[in-house]
Design a protein around this ligand. Structure first.
Ligand code: NI
Ligand code: MN
Length: 229
């Protein structure tokens, strides 16, 4: 039983849990901080949080090459089917489902979701994963702070993935407030330093996390990973 979480830069995440490979928001082509190429990543499942190009990213070519099932909200799932993918699993906010890797629940996120060609992308989502080895991971994806993060925290979080870039999502100040709602054991900052507009100092953020929350900050370089179990 083991779970490893690898940050690929921006919001792209690779989770390997008991031999099952999950990719979240695999934006690699055009991502100046990408730590992997889309044609080298294994994938059984690809999770897409919302329609923006920096999250849909390389989903279609990776799914075509690997045969991975793409999990996204209903509207994005339909759009992916129109673009040639047949293995899609539509879900929506508040809904959970048991997959071979464990249970996944879609959480609310306050953001936009239009798809790269202007199509409607439904409401943006976050992901709460309850993996079979017991690891609980919450990926907030792109969102503002919201007080219902308390409710997500009540379900238990070992590792939170939180945006800290500011401008398009919550910034460092609100991410600290989010951690006090979510109370995860560990947190990895994402969605920063991809472009100058979302530049942040992750070590300064980590110091503040240690001072003002009960969470252990884990700052990774793109390509870096942590073992959960
Ligand atoms: Ni976005
Ligand atoms: Mn984004």
């Amino acid at each position: 039983m083991s779970t490893r979480v690898r940050w690929l830069g921006h919001s792209a995440i690779h989770i390997e849990t008991d031999g099952v490979h999950l990719l979240i928001d695999p934006f690699l082509t055009g991502n100046p901080t990408a730590a992997a190429k889309p044609d080298e990543l294994p994938a059984h499942f690809i999770l897409v949080s919302h329609g923006h190009a920096d999250h849909v990213g390389d989903t279609i070519p990776i799914a075509q090459r690997t045969g991975a099932t793409v999990i996204a909200n209903f509207e994005i799932s339909q759009w992916l089917q129109k673009h040639g993918l047949d293995k899609v699993h539509p879900m929506h906010l508040g809904g959970g489902h048991d997959f071979p890797f464990g249970r996944l629940k879609l959480t609310i996120a306050h953001h936009g979701s239009v798809l790269p060609d202007g199509s409607y992308g439904g409401n943006p989502a976050g992901f709460h994963l309850f993996l079979k080895d017991g690891s609980k991971i919450y990926d907030a994806a792109d969102t503002a702070l919201f007080s219902d993060m308390r409710l997500i925290g009540e379900e238990g979080i070992d590792l939170a993935l939180l945006p800290i870039g500011d401008n398009f999502t919550m910034g460092p100040d609100d991410s600290l407030r989010a951690l006090n709602f979510l109370t995860p054991r560990q947190a990895i900052p994402i969605h920063y330093n991809t472009w100058p507009l979302i530049a942040q100092d992750p070590q300064a953020w980590a110091s503040r996390v240690r001072e003002t929350t009960r969470t252990t900050p884990v700052v990774l370089d793109p390509g870096g990973s942590i073992q959960l179990r």
